[in-house]
Structures are given as structure tokens and as C-alpha cells.
Write a protein that binds this ligand. Structure first.
Ligand code: SF4
Length: 111
């Protein structure tokens, strides 16, 4: 893993650009736990570096490969998952409502 470092860095930069641009579209935002988000970003990077595609990191890679582009981030089911539970299955993207509700639940005790 020497030459791979450069490839992984490029993959990581690409994933970060993708995530930022998807969030900038405004429909969804990031899941409100930065460590969780970072884990997903790293998982996407691993898959991108290994396969050339950002396969979902929270699904078995071989299954995702069989399903093809449906499981490339942003995967086909993420809209339904966010509508149902407030965030996508990997906990990368979340609805604005979910994030607002989480903020209220966690803090905002009115000091
Ligand atoms: S569950 Fe979320 S992070 Fe995973 S592929 Fe779908 S949209 Fe991307």
C-alpha cells in the first residue's frame, strides 16, 4: 500500500466533493453526527478506490455490485429511507426536519 495512498487520497477528495455538492443541492443535509458521517465517507472511499464506484458502505459489496447503479451513492432507496426514518441507511444524508428535531432533543434547553 504505497502507491495506493495517492489513489485513496484522490478517491477521498472525490467522495468529499460529491457529498458537499449533493448537500448543496438543498434537499437533504448531513446526518447530525460528524463521526458517523466521516465513517460513511471513509467507507465510500474504500469502495470507490477498490471498484471505481461509490457503492453503499452499509450494504454487502457483492450484493451491491449485483444491483449495480441502484446501490451507488446516492442509492435508489435513500429517498424512501429518509422519508421513513429521517436519514439514509448509512446515516450520511438526513432530512432537514430530522436534524432540526435532533437538535431540539439533544440540547436547546433554553439557557
Ligand atoms: S444509504 Fe446513504 S450513504 Fe449509503 S449509498 Fe445510500 S445514500 Fe449513500
Amino acid at each position: 500500500m504505497k502507491n495506493d495512498d495517492g489513489a485513496r487520497e484522490r478517491a477521498l477528495a472525490r467522495v468529499r466533493r460529491f457529498v458537499a455538492s449533493y448537500v448543496a443541492k438543498g434537499k437533504y443535509t448531513l446526518y447530525p453526527e460528524p463521526e458517523v458521517v466521516e465513517n460513511v465517507v471513509q467507507g465510500l472511499t474504500d469502495h470507490l478506490a477498490a471498484t471505481g464506484k461509490m457503492y453503499c458502505p452499509c450494504a454487502p459489496l457483492e450484493d451491491s455490485k449485483q444491483k449495480g447503479h441502484h446501490m451507488v451513492c446516492p442509492c435508489t432507496p435513500h429517498h424512501e429511507d429518509i422519508a421513513r426514518q429521517g436519514y439514509c441507511d448509512c446515516a450520511l444524508f438526513a432530512s432537514h426536519d430530522f436534524v432540526a428535531a435532533e437538535r431540539l432533543r439533544r440540547g436547546d434547553k433554553g439557557e
